[in-house]
Design a protein around this ligand. Structure first.
Ligand SMILES: [Zn+2]
Length: 661
């Protein structure tokens, strides 16, 4: 068997002075979609992401946190890695710029550039802030420091320079020979005119920065920003030994539009100076804007991925990010648009088509997809439309036009809805002819659904896997080869999988309120109430254990008397969309009915709890769990290593509202 063609793509190496917001998530989601898509087209794919951990800002943030830089960046890298994993976005390679493999690669690249005569020692003069120990880029004499507001001083230091000026012509020639190198097209013109305007040599080391990769034998020089960070793409796949892995040059660097110049001018120039292969393509995407302004933590309009994933599922966020905006352009982010698309395209669109098709097959053909007989004109028309859809969707994927790919796919879904409405399989009887007609209609719909599921898989990996199982199709949907996908490959007579909820409809204002409330909890952890120690309301989070007072600490009786506990009776219990562990309960505590959230959903069926008497802490300040208000706490024992909650109860009959002492 011939070896698979390779495809290597990267997200930027994110700077570690904060945690990921929706902007970082967007780039990483797009990379993951391309990765899954390329795999289904037969490629061996490696994706790299990582963290940029050097520089003055990290030095400063570590100092503020009162920890050494190495400890600070290790924690940040862990947090980034953990979030990507939680969101299903782990890459094959997570490179940290403090990794030894990266340090070696940077030093090696410098050595090559120097041996080839493109490095010289010179002097850099700029405006310097002595309080922040940093040059202020682009500042003129007399300007104040943008960070602390104090006057800057003109300072000259010895630096190593890369002869970027020597690469004006080689770069312009390269752009001409590789017209697809810079995407989208509009960005290319901007870069070409920048290079045509002339290139200044670039200072690539600093002696005033301490936290960086040392230039061997030239201390106190450390490598400066881009010469350090950009190299991470190469160090992730072997660095000096890149030929062994066979992944270099990269096929695709995905970047935000603010850093395209560094990726399309500096980076190819560094590689040309070292006489190494240059990446094949750089794609710059736009921003998601909130109320038409760029998101930033200081503006307080940051959107976080986790609350959205918790409320609507990660697939919903992925779908929205790709469907809402043409890749490469700016777009608006609003929770309103997100939830609207979720309800219309996912809950009512794909989710509804899948569950009603499965339900009809279940009812009419005992849970097995029937074989189609001779197709009639409307069946043939739908088959043709779906087959054409395959071509359109793949074409748009190739052009990275994800919005149009999804639009085409949802046109096919709409066609299926219309087909069912006009063919009305539910109005047919039990005669042999009617049964055959029903078989044709349902087999046709199921085949359409199978094709839609395959094509949507790169964008909706979790829910399409569920639909695949629901349709009883063999193997895994991710293993289907897109190149061979066509109408007529449905596996019939296989039993359908267990029905499951794909995209439960949500009430818009409630969903938005809960997303915002969870985001608020995440952004301001110090102001949120500490999680309770008992398993019942802690939703099993590790933070609960950490927040609990040490067990050996003794309290006075008056401290205990502050806690009011009463007998309550559970009146209603229901699951909470987006919170696997939580149940929303209403509990009668004698004087009133309270809403209380309890982290027991994995161990107690909601119905089994109704009427049950439980011990309730009634004077706890109200707080929100996963965005749902909880007014009290149910007492439970925490059993076993996984902390399984067992509700405290009363073997004798007790009065509702009785106080526990
Ligand atoms: Zn300053």
């Amino acid at each position: 068997m011939p070896a698979k063609p390779k495809f290597y793509l990267t997200t930027p190496i994110y700077y570690t002075n904060g945690l990921p917001h929706i902007g970082h998530t967007y780039t990483t989601v797009v990379a993951d979609v391309i990765r899954r898509y390329k795999r289904m087209r037969g490629y061996e794919v490696v994706m790299t992401t990582g963290t940029d951990e050097h520089g003055v800002n990290v030095e400063r943030a570590a100092k503020n946190a009162g920890v050494p830089e190495s400890e600070f960046v290790a924690k940040m890298a862990d947090a980034w890695r953990a979030l990507w994993e939680e969101l299903g976005l782990s890459a094959e390679e997570f490179v940290r710029t403090t990794d030894l493999r990266h340090v070696r690669t940077v030093q090696w690249l410098f050595k090559l550039c120097r041996e080839n005569g493109y490095v010289y020692k010179g002097h850099y003069t700029g405006q310097y802030c002595i309080y922040d120990n940093a040059f202020v880029n682009d500042a003129k004499p007399g300007d104040n420091c943008p960070d602390c507001g104090r006057p800057t001083e003109t300072l000259t230091e010895e630096n190593y320079f890369l002869k970027l000026s020597a690469f004006q012509k080689p770069l312009l020639d390269f752009y001409k020979k590789n017209p697809d190198f810079i995407q989208p097209e509009s960005r290319k013109n901007e870069i070409v005119s920048f290079v045509e305007g002339g290139l200044k040599d670039l200072s690539i080391t600093r002696t005033t920065v301490r936290w960086g990769i040392p230039v061997p034998g030239e201390e106190p020089h450390v490598f400066y920003v881009w010469f350090d960070a950009l190299n991470a793409y190469l160090s992730a796949v072997g660095g000096p030994d890149y030929e062994k892995r066979g992944m270099w040059p990269a096929d695709l660097h995905l970047v935000g539009k603010d850093i395209i110049r560094f990726h399309t001018v500096y980076w190819p120039a560094f590689l040309m100076a070292a006489m190494l292969p240059v990446p094949k393509q750089v794609w710059a995407h736009g921003w998601f804007l909130m109320d038409a302004s760029k998101m930033s933590k200081s503006k307080g309009n940051v959107v976080l991925p986790r609350p959205i994933a918790n409320m609507l599922g990660m697939d919903a966020l992925r779908y929205f990010l790709l469907r809402e905006v043409v890749f490469g352009q700016d777009g608006n982010f609003s929770y309103d648009a997100l939830v609207t698309r979720y309800n219309s395209d996912l809950a009512n669109g794909l989710g509804n088509l899948a569950s009603r098709t499965a339900a009809m097959i279940e009812k009419t053909f005992a849970g097995k997809i029937p074989k189609a007989g001779k197709l009639e004109a409307p069946d043939e028309a739908l088959a043709r439309e779906t087959q054409a859809g395959i071509g359109d969707v793949l074409d748009y994927f190739e052009k990275m036009n994800f919005a149009r790919a999804l639009e085409s796919l949802w046109t096919v879904i709409a066609a299926a809805d219309k087909y069912l409405t006009t063919q009305k399989p539910w109005s047919l009887g039990d005669s042999e002819a009617d049964m055959q007609r029903k078989a044709n209609i349902l087999a046709t719909t199921a085949e359409l659904l199978r094709i839609v599921t395959v094509l949507a898989h790169p964008v909706l990996p979790d829910s399409t896997a569920k639909i695949w199982t629901l349709l009883g199709q063999p193997g895994s949907v991710s293993a289907v080869e897109l190149d061979g996908l066509r109408w007529g490959q449905l596996t019939t007579d296989a039993p359908l999988g267990k029905p499951q909820t794909l995209f439960p409809r949500v009430e818009k204002s409630e969903a938005i309120e809960r997303i915002e409330s969870m985001a608020n909890e995440e952004l301001n952890p110090s102001t949120a109430p500490a999680p309770a120690p008992a398993a019942a309301t802690s939703a099993g989070s590790g933070a609960a254990a950490a927040a609990a007072p040490a067990a050996s600490e003794k309290i006075a009786i008056e401290d205990f008397a502050k806690v009011e506990m009463r007998v309550g009776q559970i009146k209603t219990a229901e699951r909470i969309v987006g919170a696997d562990r939580l149940l929303k309960l209403t509990v009668d505590i004698g004087t009133e009915i309270r809403q209380i959230c309890a982290g027991i959903a994995q161990f107690y069926e909601p119905d089994s709890l109704i009427g049950r008497k439980v011990a309730v802490v009634t004077n706890l300040a109200p707080r929100k769990l996963r965005g749902v208000e909880s007014n009290g706490m149910i007492i439970a024992a925490s059993v076993g290593p996984e902390g399984r909650p067992v509700l405290a109860g009363f073997p004798e009959d007790v009065e509702i509202g009785a106080r526990l002492k």
